[in-house]
Design a binder for this molecule. Structure first.
Ligand SMILES: *Cc1c(COP(=O)(O)O)cnc(C)c1O
Length: 379
């Protein structure tokens, strides 16, 4: 059975990138690798829309998130955490692991946080040192209003705007410098369409000033040391050289496409899968502000969303995603990120129709496919 990866991480990787990574191993202290790292560093700045140094960690996105707590907040400091899903919960867990106190804004799953909620919390407690949020909450398929939240945070001199952009960077517009984002984290296995194993972090001058005051214990995820290394086009420890070779190829492909087209691609695929699902009688889970990274679909009444996800994989070889926690069985998710194009979206819609039909759903095969085709048709 041929396998297809349409999960919101890890995502499908192009053969161009896979072949690039099959080259013999470079030594991480060689001049060749240093030159490669310099090119990649500049391309990452382009992707992040920043003049900050963007450095690379050998970890998944969560390692970058952990460092975004441990390098800026000391035990006893307070963080404001937006919790609208599984990844918001992760910020809370990381903070508690480092003795950082948290004020939580609990957002009902399927909704986005309101910038006013952030303002109220920061006014109530001016000792808060950082606002931690997701750009895109992958578990619910909702995008939080990063630009607007950042505009609020900017009014507070001692508070950092920290964004988990793991499923947002390279998907939709995230303007690190123009919006004043202090710490931005992303990872390799989402939009960049690389294997898992790299995290990327950008830190603003305001962020570095706060890092100077931070007393937290840290060693491997020491951002100051990573910054000192990346300005010299090297890494603090052995670099994951093959992944970085693949990263250069991936970023080249992004640059050839252009950021606007990258955002438009995700939007188009999200619209095609979303409208097709609605056309066969289902609804999308987000009640507002849907993220174009992943389409979260509510299973039809009386049908098990987890079974839809399983049948896609077992019967048709398509790995999408189920729902997590309270959404398990209620929702299934189809990614629009990774090396995907027109016919991946059409295939996903066709397969969902076939799975539902197989479960006894009365839909007419091809209904959703037709809707997706209309949206994706190139005239
Ligand atoms: C995938 C993802 C992460 C990182 O998870 P890892 O398993 O550590 O790579 C973090 N935040 C969001 C929003 C994600 O989608």
């Amino acid at each position: 059975m041929k396998r297809y990866l349409l999960a919101p991480g890890p995502t499908n990787v192009s053969s161009e990138v896979l072949l690039a990574m099959a080259q013999p191993i470079l030594h991480h202290r060689s001049p060749e690798f240093s030159k490669l790292l310099e090119r990649v560093k500049n391309d990452l700045k382009w992707l992040f829309q920043t003049e900050n140094d963007v450095f690379i960690l050998a970890s998944t996105g969560t390692g970058g998130m952990e460092g975004a707590v441990s390098n800026f907040l000391s035990p006893g400091d307070k963080a404001l955490v937006v919790n609208g899903g599984k990844f918001g919960e992760r910020w809370l867990k990381i903070c508690s692991g480092y003795g950082v106190k948290t004020e939580e804004i609990k957002v009902e799953w399927g909704y986005a946080v309101k910038p006013e909620q952030i303002r109220e919390a920061l006014q109530r407690d001016p000792s808060i040192k950082g606002v931690f949020t997701q750009g895109s909450e992958t578990s619910t398929g909702v995008a939080h209003p990063i630009k607007e939240i950042a505009a609020v945070v900017r009014e507070f001199d001692d508070c950092l705007m920290v964004v988990d952009a793991v499923s947002a960077m390279g998907v939709f517009d995230i303007q690190t410098d123009a919006w004043g984002l202090d710490v931005v984290v992303t990872g390799s296995q989402k939009a960049l369409a690389l294997p898992p194993g790299l995290a990327f972090v950008s830190v603003s001058e305001k962020g570095w000033r706060q890092a100077e005051k931070c007393t937290n214990a840290k060693f491997y995820f020491n951002f100051k040391k990573e910054r000192e290394s990346i300005v010299k086009n090297t890494t603090a420890f052995t670099a994951p050289v093959s992944l970085i070779v693949g990263l250069e190829r991936s970023l080249q492909m992004f640059k050839e496409e252009g950021l606007e087209n990258v955002f438009a691609r995700h939007q188009l695929l999200a619209r095609a899968t979303g409208e097709a699902m609605k056309g066969i009688g289902m609804s999308l889970f987000p009640k507002e502000s849907p993220s174009t990274a992943v389409t979260a679909i509510v299973a039809p009444e009386g049908y098990d969303g987890q079974q839809i996800y399983k049948d896609l994989r077992v019967k048709y070889g398509i790995t999408a995603a189920g729902g997590q926690d309270q959404l398990k069985g209620k929702v299934f998710r189809i990614a629009n990120i990774g090396y995907l194009d027109t016919f991946d979206a059409i295939m996903a819609v066709a397969a969902v129709e076939m799975v539902l039909k197989g479960m006894g759903h009365p839909l007419k095969l091809g209904t959703g496919v037709g809707i997706a085709q209309e949206i994706l048709l190139k005239k």
